[in-house]
Write a protein that binds this ligand. Structure first.
Ligand SMILES: [Zn+2]
Length: 314
């Protein structure tokens, strides 16, 4: 009571000043609230390349903003991040990398931006590179097996659940649905390529990026160079591919979308094998291109390989 009496006795000019201050404080709190709302928008997940971004979007659904650091068609092994990439990554909440020595630039990159990162290939059984200066090192292209990507999905479900616990059950449901799709694409892939006559089950490509796919489908893999970062295509490497094609009577050879096919065209000229088409590994295509998603990428590669090796042009 005494307080009220006391307040009623303060001069009106003073009360006016208090009213202004209270008003200003209220305005400041509202403004802060607005800022918090903006910051509390969807968490941002950055991936190192487009293929991972598409897989992550399938797990994230509408709850996270997922983007790729490298653009469609980029060479991803020896990529050099731009100042814009570093600025963008510094604002992200989580970065996903493939690991297995895929992104030679990545360790320095995350050291610069200090954002948490998760290696999505953790738990995958690695295959070694058989030939070249990389012999014995881990082959990083584990996503070329849809069964491995099921492990990538598990890692993403876990990471996204920690990043955004309110939507953890949605991430689990999205992950389970996408893993079912991956299982279907794996079955299609095996069906398409196991239909090939045994002597035609040879996959000759520019980069040694198909070891996991070749293992899943019973193909023998031969490549000009092991990893794109070192795509020197020496005369010895080209001669070795030519010998393989001649010995195995391989009807068609291939090259990937992110590199020049000139070295493989020399194999074509020397052997008479057909150029079977462009395969996609390290990047998706643009949205209106042939492989706008990871599932489309696997289907496209399986159909291109199957059609070219059986003599039907893709
Ligand atoms: Zn590659």
């Amino acid at each position: 009571m005494r307080v009220w009496l006391h307040r009623s006795s303060v001069p009106s000019a003073y009360r006016f000043l208090v009213a202004i201050l209270v008003g200003a404080l209220a305005f400041a709190l509202t403004a802060c609230g607005g800022g918090d709302t903006e910051r509390a928008g969807k968490p941002v997940v950055l991936t190192t390349f487009t293929v991972l971004a598409d897989i992550a979007k399938n797990v994230a659904g509408e709850h996270l903003t997922v983007e790729s650091i490298t653009k469609v068609g980029a060479e991803i092994h020896g990529y050099e991040p731009t100042p814009g990439d570093i600025k963008k990554a510094a604002k992200a909440d989580l970065i996903l990398d493939n690991g297995m020595n895929l992104e030679a630039w990545f360790a320095q990159f995350v050291a610069d931006v200090k954002v948490p990162h998760v290696v999505v290939s953790a738990g995958v059984e690695p295959m070694s590179i058989g030939e070249d200066a990389y012999a014995g090192k881990v082959n990083p292209h584990a996503w070329m097996s849809p069964l491995n990507v099921q492990i990538y999905v598990d890692n993403m479900v876990r990471a996204f659940g920690e990043l955004d616990p309110d939507h953890a059950t949605d991430f689990q449901a999205n992950g389970a649905a996408y893993k079912a799709e991956l299982g279907k694409v794996h079955a299609e892939l095996v069906r398409t390529l196991e239909a090939l006559p045994v002597n035609e089950r040879a996959l000759v490509t520019c980069e040694g990026a198909f070891s996991y796919l070749a293992r899943d489908t019973g193909l023998t893999e031969k490549y000009i160079w092991a990893v794109n970062a070192e795509q020197q295509a020496t005369p010895q490497q080209i001669a070795s591919a030519i010998d393989f094609v001649r010995q195995r009577k391989v009807p068609a050879v291939f090259c990937e979308s992110t590199v020049s096919d000139a070295p493989m065209q020399r194999v074509v000229e020397a052997t008479g094998a057909a150029f079977g088409g462009v395969l996609y590994v390290d990047s998706l295509s643009a949205a209106d291109g042939p492989v706008p998603s990871y599932l489309a990428l696997i289907r496209h590669d399986a159909n291109t390989i199957g059609a070219a090796l059986t003599g039907a042009r893709p």
